[in-house]
Design a protein around this ligand. Structure first.
Ligand code: KG4
Ligand code: ZN
Length: 342
């Protein structure tokens, strides 16, 4: 094995095909191919996603290797997302990684996608090494598929202390956007309109869920009734009030998240607070956390935008830390649509 370790990371759990290269813990290349085909369907179509991954995976990996300025023979190990995710999508990345590792005669490393989102906080580039959270810290992982509060005790010792019992926070954004007639994925569009709106213009009922768990399905139903009633009285209702509606629903989702995050910090006594996952790209959420940092004496960690939504840099950095422990996976490893975080 060569002295410098080079990890190729592969991510294909949902609708982004991604590859990244990390050398000695520093990110050299991070390529993501988004699948725009799902826009027309208002959500990710699993069959189309797996076909698109199949088309994208080789060009994406090729581009990452070229951008990193390495030869494929220099790669030390391949880290891939084993789950959770869509089975057809995971199969493409898993099968590709197995075949490539076998061809190069190098080890395979399996990565839990949710662990990857958390460890995105440890991505450094040759030019930039931001301050990392130290252990233990709390991570609010909010994506299209998950909403979790995690106590991160170490790179590989994570405990989920709260999670959604139904929809994820990203789903709440996307479904609200769909109800308003905005295209998929609606989260970033709600964020955009919310910037010009009044977050207190409309009030939505927050769920009463015990402990540190979340629920967003009631909010979705309430929001749908609100839009239907408004549109029944005035067909131009959504158009006239779009910015205020977006700001108000975004404010409600953020405040549901923050209520539980504050409670988790109080209960655990942990004040280092990190966010991860696609919804952590939300500007309202980022601003709210910066305010709470001052008010509650938290130390807040917010990832760069490109490490929030699905990417392979987070898979490669997790792979890097597993590589240091020589924690390898066998060729028999199969993808897992459901994969609990431990
Ligand atoms: O982590 P991610 O890329 O994929 C999953 O693992 O699910 O998260 C995607 C989710 C989508 O629901 C998308 O609408 C949401 O993240 N999202 C946002 C923003 N950017 C992405 N939600 C709100 N505001 C944003 N700026
Ligand atoms: Zn994700």
């Amino acid at each position: 094995m060569s002295k410098t370790n080079i990890i190729l990371g592969i991510e294909s759990s949902c609708d982004d095909t991604a590859a990244a290269v990390i050398r000695e813990g520093k990110l050299l290349a991070n390529i993501v191919a988004n699948q725009h085909i799902h826009k027309a369907y208002g959500g990710v179509v699993p069959e189309l996603a797996s076909r698109a991954h199949q088309q994208n995976i080789i060009p994406v990996v090729d581009q990452a290797i070229k951008l990193a300025g390495i030869r494929k023979e220099e790669i030390s190990a391949i880290a891939f997302t084993r789950g959770p995710g869509l089975m057809g999508s995971l199969l493409v990345g898993t099968s590709f990684s197995k075949a490539f590792a076998m061809g190069l005669n190098i080890p395979l490393i399996e990565v839990n996608h949710m662990q990857g989102h958390v460890l995105a906080h440890f991505i450094d580039t040759p030019e930039d090494a931001p301050k990392h959270p130290s252990f233990p810290f709390l991570c609010l992982t909010v994506s299209g598929g998950h909403t979790q509060i995690v106590v991160v005790k170490d790179f590989f010792d994570m405990q989920v202390i709260g999670e959604t019992i139904d929809d994820a926070a990203g789903e709440a954004f996307d479904k609200a956007a769909k109800i308003m007639g905005l295209p998929y994925p609606g989260g970033p569009l709600i964020d955009k309109h919310a910037r010009n709106g009044n977050p207190k213009a409309f009030k939505f009922t927050k769920p009463q869920i015990p402990e540190l768990n979340f629920s967003f399905s009631g909010l979705k139903t309430g929001f749908m009734n609100f839009i239907n009633n408004g549109s029944a009285k005035d067909p131009g209702f959504v158009e006239k009030h779009r910015d205020d509606i977006c700001a108000s629903i975004q404010f409600t989702i953020i405040s549901i998240l923050m209520d539980k995050l504050k409670k988790a910090s109080q209960q655990t006594g942990i004040r280092q607070i990190a966010i991860a996952g696609g919804v952590s790209a939300n500007s309202g959420l980022r601003e709210t956390l910066m305010q709470l940092q001052k008010e509650l004496d938290w130390e807040v960690f917010i990832p760069k935008f490109e490490y929030c939504t699905d990417n392979a840099a987070m898979i490669a950095i997790t792979g890097y830390y597993k590589f240091l422990k020589q924690d390898f996976a066998s060729q028999e490893t199969i993808p897992l649509a459901r994969y609990e975080l431990r």
